[in-house]
Design a protein around this ligand. Structure first.
Ligand SMILES: NC(=O)c1ccc[n+]([C@@H]2O[C@H](COP(=O)([O-])OP(=O)(O)OC[C@H]3O[C@@H](n4cnc5c(N)ncnc54)[C@H](O)[C@@H]3O)[C@@H](O)[C@H]2O)c1
Length: 325
């Protein structure tokens, strides 16, 4: 019998990509999601293609009983469920806290009590806060700049304490601006790449916060899938109970991003090449630059990211062109 993986937040962007990948690998996958920001359409194909291997539990990680039931019979947990977005957390810190910390703790307790072998969870580059150091190295963080950043850091602290106190195996993946197929372009808290793609495809100007010289380590989804797989399966004892930057290790400014999107999308619609971005004020809670050092993941997990930002962007644009039209 193949191993069973519980993917929380499996109806969302990263979770549905992990679900697809591990179903293709022959694992049993159970998804737990309450559809707060995820979508049933991200999961529908799996019911048809993997009827004996795919299972959906609709439920909320804020409920301990739900988490316990979801962890029953599971070998590995990939915990992705959370409320993302810095601005969302600034507007409503209580809900972000309840889901991202309370829900996280419920999942840790449930994984412990049901004997899950390993708990791999979505951490965040926001934990680097106001640290000006570039590139970001795992053991050097600054002060958090948003309620969201606090929640993701508290999760790391809980995972570390559970590992040391109860002998659990936990691995945190600090994602850096992940992008790719199925990332949601809609809603008030859409991420910058799908938001700009949607604008450009509608022949509208994307609006950049600030002068466009802020930069990010944009990370293609397939590199993130590889990190999850390596973290889940590593047999290196030194690699367990650690946190890892999960990124490509290159930074791109917002101005460069818009240029690259225009070039990629103008292959499908030449008019897009002429659309100029507009600029607004910088956003509260945003750090100017973000760039990961990925040496720790390379050394301890054998991480070998295959997709540069440019390669990932070309694939993502093609996907959006086919699926958003
Ligand atoms: N996308 C990024 O660039 C990025 C960067 C850093 C960290 N992360 C983290 O990665 C994880 C996945 O992010 P994503 O981009 O796929 O976001 P997403 O919003 O697409 O997915 C999150 C999923 O969690 C579900 N969810 C939310 N609250 C829930 C609850 N109370 N109970 C059950 N399910 C719930 C949502 O419905 C959704 O399907 C999150 O933990 C996020 O904080 C993402």
């Amino acid at each position: 019998m193949s191993s069973k993986i519980l993917i929380t937040g499996g109806a969302g962007f990263i979770g549905s990509n992990l679900t697809e990948h591990f179903l293709k690998q022959g694992y049993h996958v159970r998804v737990l999601d309450n559809f707060a920001t995820g979508h049933m359409h991200n999961l529908l194909p799996f019911f048809e293609s993997y009827p004996d291997y795919f299972e959906l539990k609709v439920g909320d990680i804020r409920n301990l009983e739900t988490c316990l039931a979801a962890c029953e019979g599971v070998d590995y947990v990939l915990h992705e469920a959370a409320l993302g977005s810095v601005p969302r957390s600034i507007k409503d810190p209580i809900t972000t806290n309840t889901v991202n910390i309370g829900g996280f703790l419920n999942m840790l307790v449930s994984a412990r009590d049901t004997g899950v072998k390993r708990f791999v969870y979505a951490a965040s580059s926001s934990t680097y806060g106001d640290s000006p150091t570039l590139p970001k190295v795992e053991d050097k963080i600054g002060r958090p700049l948003s309620p969201y950043a606090i929640t993701k850091y508290v999760d790391e602290l809980y995972a570390d304490v559970f590992a040391r106190t109860y002998g659990m195996e936990c691995i945190g993946l600090r994602y850096f601006n992940v992008f790719g197929r199925r990332q949601d372009p809609n809603g008030a808290y859409a991420a910058v790449i799908p938001l700009f793609v949607k604008k450009l495809m509608a022949h509208e100007a994307p609006n950049i916060n600030g002068d466009g010289e802020y930069s990010r380590d944009f990370t293609y989804i397939d590199n993130v899938i590889q990190m999850n797989e390596r973290a889940m399966l590593t047999t290196n004892p030194e690699a367990v109970n650690q946190v890892y930057n999960t990124a490509y290790g290159e930074r791109t400014t917002l101005n460069q991003l818009v240029d690259a999107l225009r070039i990629n999308l103008s292959k499908f619609d030449p008019q897009i090449a002429k659309i100029e971005p507009t600029h607004g004020p910088n956003r509260v809670g945003d750090i100017p630059h973000s760039l990961a050092c990925i040496n720790k993941a390379k050394q301890l997990l054998g991480y070998d990211p295959r997709y540069s930002m440019a390669q990932g962007l070309a694939e993502a644009c093609e996907w959006y062109w086919k699926n958003l039209k």
